[in-house]
Design a protein around this ligand. Structure first.
Ligand code: ZN
Ligand code: ZN
Length: 365
């Protein structure tokens, strides 16, 4: 057997490896190179054969001892000839695999190929831009988007109406076929009918036998008041169609909220720059304040309000998505000063400055 690789090297383990380590190495590599995972890959197939052979010897205490002593000649001397190793017909007779169940080894692989029950459809994602005002009051948005849907013509069966499915010729309708790989024999889902046992004899002309079609859909999405950029709105059942009677997926709408001309947002709070005249700030007043929904509210400016002060309008911010209530709206005061006053205005300001007992830089030095 020229060029035959060392069994320990094949499994990537040391010559001192424990039985558990051998088993682990084989599981890991066999999963990777299993023909079910690499359909049509000749190299993976050869690798898998090599692995199975190495494992068959090293997992057996007696054969391993012989192999350790005599190398490949020793392993062959046990009466196992792997030269005619063939995935489609390996002889399993009398081969004791030490209670090492194939299910145990490939349970997840088999689970995947055998599962032919309902499969839930994929979720879909959509990014939606909305205006600041709409995020404040909530909005219904009409949406046109594409998703897969059960074919109406065949009702999702994939068969042309009036025609029936036929028993699968490959597996005879059982949905399974027996495969021998390495020293183990197992049943797997028939690849032709994918385990269903039936095949479509006359594919539906609308969906070409797929049972699902791509569909343009129009829905109206309710965007709740209070959403912010990054908020996700779930529209149940509006994703892709399920398979084999599985439920459809959901549609997830990620919201992006646009900026506003003069409102700024921080969480559920809103900030607004509020210009006040010197008189308004000094004497106090009631000022009409706009809200993002187009309404207005009255703000009481107390006498002696200073520039930069934040005046709170309680619960006029965004509704809180989590928890109750709303945020606040803060009016940030900007005092407007007349530009280069002349004549009577200049005189009055001069006079005022004389009578007001105010140190503008109080405490600064
Ligand atoms: Zn169809
Ligand atoms: Zn079949």
């Amino acid at each position: 057997m020229a060029g035959k690789r060392d069994y320990y090297e094949v499994l990537g383990i040391s010559r001192k490896a424990s039985e558990e380590e051998i088993k682990k190495a084989y599981r890991r590599l066999a999963r990777k190179h299993h023909p079910d995972v690499n359909p049509g890959d000749k190299e993976a197939e050869a690798r898998f054969k090599e692995l199975s052979e190495a494992y068959a010897v090293l997992a057996d205490r007696e054969k391993r001892a012989e192999y350790d002593q005599f190398g490949h000649a020793g392993a062959r001397g046990t009466g196992f000839d792997f030269s005619d190793f063939d995935l489609s017909g390996f002889r399993t007779g009398g081969f004791d695999f030490g209670g090492f169940a194939y299910e145990d080894l490939f349970g997840d692989l088999l689970g995947r190929s055998r599962r032919r029950g309902p499969v839930r459809g994929d979720d879909l994602g959509y990014t939606l831009q909305i205006a600041f005002e709409d995020a404040y009051r909530g909005v219904d948005v009409p949406l046109a988007y594409a998703h897969s849907s059960g074919c109406d013509r065949c009702g999702g069966s994939g068969s042309e109406p009036g025609s029936s499915t036929a028993s699968c010729p490959r597996c005879g309708g059982t949905g399974q076929e027996k495969v021998s790989q390495g020293p183990i024999q197992f049943a797997r889902a028939c690849p032709q009918c994918e385990g269903t046992g039936t095949v479509i004899s006359n594919p539906c002309s609308h969906c070409a036998g797929r049972g699902i079609v791509d569909k343009q859909d129009r829905i109206t999405v309710k965007i709740p008041a209070g959403v912010d950029t990054g908020s996700k709105v779930r529209v149940a059942g509006k994703g892709n169609a399920g398979i084999n009677g599985g439920a459809p997926g959901d549609l997830f709408i990620t919201v992006q909220v646009g900026p506003h001309r003069f409102f700024r947002r921080d969480g559920s709070d809103i900030y607004l720059d509020l210009p006040l005249s010197f008189r308004e700030a000094a004497q106090g007043d009631r000022i009409k304040i706009p809200l993002p929904d187009g309404k207005t509210t009255l703000l009481t400016v107390p006498a002696g309000t200073q520039g930069g002060q934040k005046l709170r309008l309680k619960e006029k911010g965004f509704p809180k998505l989590k928890g109750k209530g709303r945020g606040n709206l803060y009016a940030v005061v900007k005092i407007r000063v007349p530009k280069a006053p002349k004549g009577r205005a200049a005189e009055l300001i001069e006079e005022l400055d004389g009578v007001i007992d105010l140190d503008p830089r109080e405490g600064l030095w």
